[in-house]
Ligand binder design. Structure first.
Ligand code: ZN
Ligand code: ZN
Length: 344
């Protein structure tokens, strides 16, 4: 594809790295409704400014010039005038939203990260990567970084809380890292495989329970014994398997908060006991749908200050050239790598 003609307020990036996330695997299998195939996948990406038309600062007012490394908020065209945007103040449910790498067709232009160039339309929210933070750290968590941050934010956790994360993919790992920075008193994770749990411990998780080598009964005994028989204060579901939900609720203390963020696609139904799991437990159950720009900006600002505590670049399993994108998808699906990068 030829380089596009730049509209006023637009930016052309040279792609440094884009990512493969679980959503891309679902996209590949056609499991997301309303996607205008063919698309250029890659929603979270890092690029270098090649050229811009009249853009001198990023979304936060930081000066921006040719050669600077940036990331950008993949959601665009939020309308700011619908009921969701104006009244509910939940722009993440705005029906006008478009997402780079997901809801733009390849016919619309270079609007996805699995390409040598990315065209940032006027109004796309760009974030210049702060000094000290590397492209690998930003892309290492990828979209999971911001989703994990949003889930912790949504939980309203308090310092000292026992926080349990279900799922050891990029969302779970990122959520655990941010829960640790937010002052979790005890940080636990259920997931698999062991290589991911090892990474979780590097990111500050105190105890991990390998799904492949423990039973639900054993995990429950352990979590209850750590918490005086009460259960975890906050649980973040980042597993994406519906069976995680009843298990999670059984590990939640009375009055605790359960955030479901791992079910971005429909993983099916699961039986719950409304009396035991929700009502008598006085549980607070929340969903977190996607992210907003403020999550991205706050997550990266925080990361820039804690680069050592958040070695997100270690989540990157492997980088693939564009021609091997199919292999990257297969490796992510088979859990052979935690985070695969596409480096055109
Ligand atoms: Zn709207
Ligand atoms: Zn994603």
């Amino acid at each position: 594809m030829d380089d596009p003609v730049l509209e006023p307020g637009s930016i052309l990036l040279e792609t440094v790295a884009s990512e493969v996330c679980g959503t891309d695997v679902h996209l590949f299998h056609g499991q997301l409704a309303g996607v205008p195939y063919p698309i250029i996948p890659g929603h979270v990406s890092v690029g270098r400014v090649l050229e811009s038309r009249g853009v001198e600062v990023d979304a936060l007012g930081t000066p921006l010039g040719t050669g600077d490394e940036v990331t950008f908020y993949d959601v665009h065209e939020t309308c700011w005038s619908c009921w969701h945007c104006l009244v509910a103040r939940q722009p993440n449910r705005c029906p006008s939203r478009k997402v780079y790498g997901i809801t733009y067709s390849a016919r619309d232009g270079l609007l996805g990260g699995w390409a040598e160039r990315i065209y940032l339309k006027p109004g796309v929210k760009v974030f210049r990567i702060p000094p000290g933070l590397s492209a690998d750290q930003v892309i290492g968590g990828g979209c999971g970084l911001f989703t994990g941050f949003a889930a912790v934010d949504r939980s309203g956790m308090s310092m000292g809380d026992t926080v349990l994360v279900q799922g050891a993919g990029p969302v779970g790992l990122s959520a655990a890292a941010f829960a640790g920075l937010s002052g979790a008193g005890r940080l636990l994770m259920i997931g698999a495989p062991e290589s991911r749990l090892e990474l979780a411990r590097v990111l500050g998780v105190d105890e991990t329970y390998d799904l492949d080598h423990t039973t639900a009964e054993e995990r429950k005994d352990r979590v209850l014994s750590l918490t005086g028989g009460r259960g975890a204060d906050v649980i973040i579901e980042a597993a994406g398997h519906s069976s995680a939900v009843p298990e999670g609720l059984s590990l939640l203390r009375d009055g605790g908060t359960y955030v479901i963020v791992g079910h971005y696609t429909d993983a099916g139904e699961v039986p719950l006991n409304p009396h035991v799991d929700v009502n008598r437990k006085h549980a607070r159950i929340l969903g977190q749908w996607g992210t907003d720009f403020h999550h991205l900006a706050r997550a990266l600002t925080l990361m820039a200050r804690h680069t050592e505590a958040l070695p997100m670049e270690r989540i990157v399993g492997k980088s693939y050239p564009l021609e091997e994108a199919g292999q990257a998808l297969a490796d992510v699906e088979a859990l052979r790598v935690t985070k695969a990068l596409i480096t055109p």
